[in-house]
Every structure is written in C-alpha cells, then in structure tokens.
Design a protein around this ligand. Structure first.
Ligand SMILES: Cc1cc2nc3c(=O)[nH]c(=O)nc-3n(C[C@H](O)[C@H](O)[C@H](O)COP(=O)(O)OP(=O)(O)OC[C@H]3O[C@@H](n4cnc5c(N)ncnc54)[C@H](O)[C@@H]3O)c2cc1C
Length: 386
C-alpha cells in the first residue's frame, strides 16, 4: 500500500485510469459544462459516456457488473472530473458512494443481485435520503417513519437536498426512517425504495447557488409501501451503517475537492502567462506567482491527505480521522483556490463563461455536504481524545 502514500509514484493501472478520465473530462465534459450550468440541465449524455467507460462500476467486483477496481480508483476518477466540472463529479460520487455502495456494503445477496448490476452499469442512478428539514448534521433527529403492515413497510415523511433523486434514470432511493424504539431510543433503519413507487414524489428541483447541472430534490413519502425484505442491513442499524458510508464518502469528496483545487491552479497558470498588464504577463509579478504557488501547495497537501485516508481504508485500518482530515483540508483548499483563481482572473473571473467563476460558485457546498467543516472538526477533536 505504501505506493499510495506518494503522489508521484502511482502504479501504472491507476495512472492509466486517471489519464483516461482526464481525456474524457477534457474532450467530452468540458465542452458542455457551461451550457448545462447555464441551463440547469442534467448532463445525460455525459453520464451515458461515464457509464460506457464503466466509471459507475469502478469499486465493485465483476460478479456484480463492476470493474473490479477499488475505492481509490473511484477517487482518482473524481479528482479528474472535479478539475473540470463539479456537477458531473458529484453525480458520479453520489451515484456510486451514496447510491450503490450501501447496497454493496450492507445488502443481502438478493439485494446485491437485484440492484448492483443496474447501478454499476450507470444506466440507472441510486440516491440516498438521510437529510431532513429538522435533521441534517443531527441526522439522528430523523422524523420519517416506516411501520410494518402485512409484510410491508409503510413509509411516511420528507427528505431534503437529495442528490440524483429525480433524474429520468433514477431507479432507487434508499431512505432512513424510524422503525421503532428500544429503551426509549429511536431505531433508525435504511429501506430500499424502487422508483417509481406509489406515494413517492421527487418534488421540483432546488434553485442552487452552484452544482447547477447536478440533480437535487426534496422528497416526500406518502404511505409508500415496499416489501418487508427491502430493509437494507439489520433493523435499527440504518444510522450507524450510514455513518460508515459517510466516512468513505469523505475520502471521495476530498478527491473531488482536490480536482477543483488543481483545476483552479491549471487555469491560473495558463491565464497568468497569457494576460498582460503593464506590458508583461501578470505571472511575472510575484504577487500573482506566489498566489498560484500557494494554490498549488494547497492542492498538493490535500491530495496527500486523501491518498493517505484511502490507503488506510484499503488496508483495513481505522480511517475515520484520516478521512475527516482529508475532507476538511481538501474542501478548504478547493474553496480557497476558487476564490484566489477568481482574483487572478480579475473581472473575467466574475463572468460565468470562465470555469473559475463556476468553481467559485460550486465550491462552497464542498464545505457543507457529507458532513460540514464543523462535523469534521468534531470528529477530529473526538479522535484526539477531547
Ligand atoms: C447540493 C446538496 C446536495 C446534498 N445531497 C445530499 C444527499 O444526497 N443525501 C443526503 O442525505 N443529504 C444531502 N445533502 C444534505 C447535506 O448533507 C446537509 O445539508 C449537511 O449535512 C448539513 O446539514 P443541514 O443542511 O441540515 O445543516 P445544519 O445541520 O442545520 O447545520 C447548520 C450549521 O450548524 C452547524 N452545526 C450543526 N450542529 C453543530 C454542532 N453540534 N457543533 C457545531 N456546529 C454545528 C453546521 O456545521 C452548519 O454550519 C445535500 C445538501 C446539498 C446542499
């Protein structure tokens, strides 16, 4: 595993994967990014391209229709996509890490056979509904309920901010719901809800600050009936299981964030060589060159943190703290680099047609989704013994 720890010595198969996704990001994603962002449209053609490349199946075994890779391979793909288009990257991240991974980690054989080949193919998307109006960070405050009735679960409640939940190819929403109480404590379970199911509605999409081409909806569940065997994992373990999914997901979000941080550097280096002021390229000015050097440093450090967290995870060692560190460092690197890149571009950096402007709007959510910055700090403080 030690080769993972260096950002400069990746084994060939990882380098090859990163290059393939980089080429795809440049030739297929980048040309349509501004259009989908402007029109707030879901990039179906790009998702189909990622599906053809097998990206949705990267970390899953071939017996379930996957590519037989690992979570680090997924992270490398997310980094390359994140350089160019965060909406596309988060669509892949949420589809794999939140949509399919819970089935792979906690599903029965029958559930895996039913869902994984479909989700790994990328022809269908899965979503995970944890967050509610009254329970985001405090996800244990879940109010949605699932009650047993004649061999079924009957689900009632609402969820909010759920990624990939309302596309034309969304086929599964896994939802957390209160299924009972033991010793005065809520039992929260995860339940698979195929889409469509009567009583399930993806409400109109949000008008977001960024990630305009990613699909995000409030969801409502009105007497939604699914068979009892649709419970995912043990009854009452839904919340705990999802925390494990979030630990992994933080490494993936860190990788995406590193892509953003690096994408901002790459754009700035090009621009600083071309743009002239006072008769010279602005990059000859140390104020600009040092700003870009700091940006490069943030991207490099952040990359090292997610490589480290992924290496720990893949070697079966505890990785909770490393994942929280990676998510914290990388999301801040993305936000800081997006802000600095906008400054380097001057007025053009405030024009939506420039990728750095999109990164500026898109990056803030990286410090909020899959655990806010404050949550990462809480986890790190706890691991430090406080
Ligand atoms: C575009 C987008 C996509 C999303 N996709 C999904 C998805 O697919 N599935 C899903 O389930 N959710 C999803 N979310 C929800 C996201 O994970 C939550 O928004 C996030 O966890 C924060 O929860 P909240 O919005 O309820 O904020 P709150 O929990 O209300 O937090 C508000 C502020 O208080 C702080 N805070 C809260 N508690 C504490 C504390 N104890 N100590 C210190 N500070 C605290 C927070 O850090 C934050 O700064 C998405 C959100 C967005 C915007």
């Amino acid at each position: 595993m030690s080769e993972f720890l260096s950002t400069g010595t990746l084994p060939d198969h990882y380098q090859q994967l990163a290059k393939t996704v980089r080429d795809f990001a440049r030739s297929v994603v980048a040309p349509v990014s501004a259009k989908h962002d402007r029109e707030h449209s879901f990039p179906y053609e790009v998702v189909a391209g990622m599906a053809d490349m097998g990206l949705f199946g990267l970390p899953f075994p071939e017996e379930y229709g996957g590519m037989g890779g690992d979570y680090f391979a997924l992270c490398l793909a997310l980094e390359e996509l994140g350089k160019v288009d965060q909406s596309v990257a988060i669509t892949l991240e949420a589809g794999v890490s939140l949509g399919a991974m819970p089935v792979y980690r906690f599903g029965t054989d029958a559930q895996k056979q039913e869902w994984l080949p479909l989700l790994a193919s990328g022809k269908a998307l899965g979503a995970f509904g944890l967050t509610e109006a009254g329970g985001g960070t405090d996800a244990g405050a879940t109010k949605t309920t699932a009650k047993r009735d004649d061999g079924h679960w009957v689900i009632n409640g609402t969820k909010q901010f759920i990624t990939n939940s309302g596309t034309d190819i969304t086929k599964l929403v896994t939802v957390t719901a209160v299924t009972g109480e033991v010793d005065g404590r809520k039992q929260i379970s995860s339940i698979l809800v195929p889409v469509p199911t009567a009583g399930f509605t993806a409400e109109p999409a949000y008008d977001k600050v960024g990630w305009n081409a990613s699909d995000t909806h409030p969801l409502s569940f009105d007497d939604v009936r699914v068979p009892e065997e649709n419970i995912l994992g043990d009854e009452g373990r839904g919340y705990a299981n999802f925390l494990r999914i979030l630990d992994e997901g933080r490494i993936a979000i860190a990788a995406l964030s590193v892509g953003v941080a690096q994408g901002c550097v790459d754009e700035c280096v090009k621009y600083a060589k071309e743009r002239e002021a006072f008769g010279a390229a602005i990059g000859t000015n140390q104020a600009i060159a040092f700003k870009i050097a700091r940006m490069e440093t943030r991207a490099h450090v952040a990359r090292a943190t997610y490589y480290d967290a992924a290496a720990l995870m893949l070697s079966g060692k505890p990785f909770k703290k490393a994942a929280a560190v990676a998510k914290l460092v990388a999301s801040e690197a993305a936000m800081d680099n997006a802000r600095d890149a906008t400054q380097v571009f001057g007025g053009y950096g405030f024009m939506n047609e420039y990728p750095v402007a999109r990164h500026y709007r898109d990056s803030k959510i990286l410090e909020i989704g899959e655990g806010t910055t404050e949550v990462q700090l809480m986890l790190i403080a706890r691991e430090a013994g406080l």
